[in-house]
Design a protein around this ligand. Sequence first.
Ligand SMILES: [Zn+2]
Length: 278
Amino acid sequence: MQKDQFLTRRRMLLAGAAALGAAGSAGVVLAGGAEESAPHAPAPLSGPQARQALKSSAFRLQPLTDDGPPRAAPRRLKVRTEPILRISGRGRHMMLTFDDGPNPDYTPHILDTLAKYDVRAMFFLCGECVVENKKLVARMADEGHVVGNHTWTHPLLTTLDRREIHDEMKSTSDAIEESYGERPQWFRAPYGAWNRAAFQLGAEMGMEPMAWTVDTTDWMTPGTSTIIDRVESGAAPGVVVLSHDAGGDRSQTVHAIREWLPHLIDSGYHMTVPPRRL
Ligand SMILES: [Zn+2]
């Protein structure tokens, strides 16, 4: 019975996604009201505003069914059945995400480029890299970036049992808290391979599941110009861009962002991150 309800709901979501797909939009817009009681994706923030908002109690993530003041972590969240693929809000807002780091060879260059243009991004970190690169994680905190949990060893979660998934997620949140100063409030499954346990455990640990809209395919090292083209042709309001600052030779990623980031800014895009709830 419950499974049938789940499937019906899922079908509705997919039907909604198909309709949106026809309009040229990839993925499910969770913020569009597809799920009546679902928490919304983060409202847009960008540039200096984002930095200011970190200290502003006036701003908060669109709730979580609760208009009260921010609660102490870990918040227990509603268990989703699909990850968030896009951000909500009007206007030319996009979100940049970088996975698998931090990495001492590539992450500093990406941080330098983001700083040059006064842009904040999300970094989905692996615990085993966090403990090796604590200073880079601290730099992310200092420069207003938002970090998420990307497991400890980057396994395919669908091959693990619940206890193993729990340990991958929990140990990474612990390591992030130690270096970043806060527990992560976002989780991304390696390879985009989600399962029910990942959604449930993420919700228990106060983390929303975040996927992406546009994959730069930088992990295939297709050439700097191909990466630039993927980002610029995929640019649209609400898009979440996936890049990688670790996991292989990421020099193409480093070179590409130096090109595509100013191009997007010149095109009127504002790069946003979710607010940190302190
Ligand atoms: Zn990854």
